[in-house]
Design a binder for this molecule. Sequence first.
Ligand code: ADP
Length: 330
Amino acid sequence: VSLLLVVICGASGGIGQPLSLLLKQTDLISHLALFDVVNAPGVAADLSHIDTRSTVSGHGKEDMDEAMRDAHTVVIPAGVPRKPGMTRDDLFNINAGIIRDLAEGVAKNCPDAFVLVISNPVNSTVPIVCEVLKQRGVFNPKKIFGISTLDSVRSSRFVYELDNSIDPQTTRVTVIGGHSGVTIVPVISHIPGQRFTKDQLDVLTHRIQYGGDEVVKAKDGAGSATLSMAYAGAHFTKTILEATVAGKTGLVESTFVNLTADADSTAAFRATTLLDYFAQDVEFGREGVSKILPLPALTAYEQVLLDAAISELRVDVTKGATFAIDNPKV
Ligand code: ADP
C-alpha cells in the first residue's frame, strides 16, 4: 500500500480534535497531517502516542503547503466562531475567506485530492471550494463533498427514539437538499416500517433540521455540535477511503455535491431547479462519485419540504459562488 496522507485543516478545534482522534484509529490512513493556525503540534504529539500504525504530524500557520503536499484527502472543519458584535455577514466573510485560502492550498499542493468540507455554511462553502478549483483549472466535481452525514445520523437516532424496533446503526436515512435549517429534507418515508402521524413528522423534521440549535442551547455559550459532528465526519471520511483506496463497491451516503459529478443523471433536475449543488444519495467508486442516485419518490409532505429547500438553497449556493468570484485571493 502506498503512503496514504490525510490532512485535517482546523485540527485543533472543537470538531478537529475528536475527528483527528477517530481517524487515528483507522489503518486505512498511513499519515495524518494536522494543520491549524494554533496548537497543531501539541494535538499531533498527543495523538502520536496512540498505538495504531499511522504517523501524525502537526503544522502551524506558516506550514499549510507542507501539511497538504501530496495529500490523498483533505478534511476541512476550519473556521472562527462568532464573537460579540460580529454580524452573520462578518462571520460569513471571514470563514469564506478561510475556505477560499484552503482551497487555494489544495490547488497548489494536492490538486487531485478528495476535499471533504465540514465548515459551515456547507451550502455556500462547497461552492467556494469548487469555484476556486475551477479558477485554478483543477476542478473535478467527483472529488469535492460537503459532509452532511450528521443529518442522517440525527435522523436515525431521532427515529429510533420514537421506534425502538429499528437498528439506528444500520438504518441509514437519506437526507436530501442542503445542510442547514429548511434546506435539510429527511426522507423518513423510505425507512422500512415507518408510519408516523403528521404531528410526529412535524416534530421529527424540525428536530432534524434544527438539531444544531438544540446543542448550542444546551452548551450554553460553550460552542456548537462538535462530538456528534466529528463522529459523522469520521464516518464519511472512512467511507470515502474505503471506496477510493480499498476499492469497496456499493457504498452509499447522502452528501452535498456539485451535480455535474454525474452530469447525465442530474441534467433534468438541474434544468428544472436551476441548481448545480444538492445533497443526495451518492454511490462511491475509486474516483469519488460513481453515481448520483435518482431522487427517491417523495410523499406530499416531503415534496413541500423539498420545494422550500430548493428556493433557500439557490440563495446559499449563489452566495458562496459569488464570494469566490468577487474575492479572489490576492
Ligand atoms: P468548531 O467547533 O466548528 O470545530 P472551532 O472554532 O473550535 O470550531 O475550531 C475551528 C478551528 O479552525 C480552530 O482550531 C481554529 O484555530 C482553526 N482555524 C481558523 N482559521 C484557520 C485557517 N485559516 N487554517 C486552518 N485552521 C484554521
